[in-house]
Design a protein around this ligand. Structure first.
Ligand code: UTP
Length: 234
């Protein structure tokens, strides 16, 4: 059975507690788990930003803000586990080793952040490397990797494919603070480059797009791989 690690942006799964995609993602993930061993790394979303913003106003240092963000990602992971019911491993792993142990259950493993100075994209990239995943999917709020932020720059164009080295070059020019919003963080880009695990970046507001990409190979986004051909369908 092939293994997929899904980095599920909090801004996709749970932009806020009132507006969330937990039920539709849970239904999709349960279907995918019939065919793939699935690991999900959940982001912090709007609630993490609110906590971080509140603490930043108090003058708290960046590392402590990251710790707050991590706690919120783990809470979000716990919510997704609740939505998945018996299909999920019941605990949120707090380390990569614990995630591997959880994976031995054969159930869907859901985790959040691990350590300050990065985002859950980096967690997903390291996890994919450790378990030798066949594919890393990054479901985010923009449809792929662009030459510039498409929400701010109308002239930005999407890369259909790019090599890990090109991705690393692109994100090296960006700055990272707690709660920052770059498409992929630098640690993630570095790990993707060294591991050689192919990555697909796509817009994930609709969970069915991930299923469609995996099953049919049809998707709008970016493939990051040394050799992009024959990555999808998996
Ligand atoms: P996210 O991975 O959610 O970052 O972690 P994000 O860029 O806000 O992504 P979306 O909005 O969910 O898609 C939220 C915050 O938690 C901290 C960072 O401060 C990050 O910005 N964090 C998360 C860590 O410090 N380490 C981790 O391993 C994960």
């Amino acid at each position: 059975m092939k293994t997929v690690v899904l980095s599920l942006g909090g801004s996709i799964l749970i932009p806020s507690l009132e507006t969330n995609a937990l039920a539709s993602y849970a239904a999709t993930l349960v279907r995918l788990a019939d065919r793939f061993q699935v690991y999900v790394v959940v982001g912090g979303g709007g609630e993490a930003r609110r906590y971080i913003g509140c603490a930043r106003d108090l003058g708290v240092d960046e590392a402590t803000l990251d710790e707050l963000g991590i706690l919120v990602t783990r809470l979000n992971a716990r919510l997704l586990i609740a939505a998945l019911g018996r299909a999920a491993y019941p605990r949120v792993p707090e380390s990569y080793t614990d995630a591997r142990v959880a994976g031995l259950s054969g159930r869907i493993v859901v985790m959040g952040g691990v350590t300050p100075g990065q985002t859950t994209d980096a967690v997903a990239a390291v996890l994919a490397e450790e378990i030798g995943a066949d594919l890393l999917i990054n479901a985010t709020s923009v449809p792929g990797i662009f030459t510039a932020d498409p929400k701010r720059d109308p002239a930005a164009t999407r890369y259909e494919t790019m090599t890990p080295a090109q991705l690393l070059d692109l994100v090296s020019r960006e700055r990272m603070n707690a709660g920052s919003n770059t498409v992929i963080d630098l640690v993630a880009a570095k790990v993707v480059e060294r591991s050689g695990c192919p990555m697909v970046v796509l817009e994930g507001h609709d969970a069915s797009r991930i299923e469609e990409a995996l099953m049919t190979g049809r998707f709008v986004g970016t493939i990051v791989a040394q050799e992009a051909r024959s990555i999808l369908p998996l």
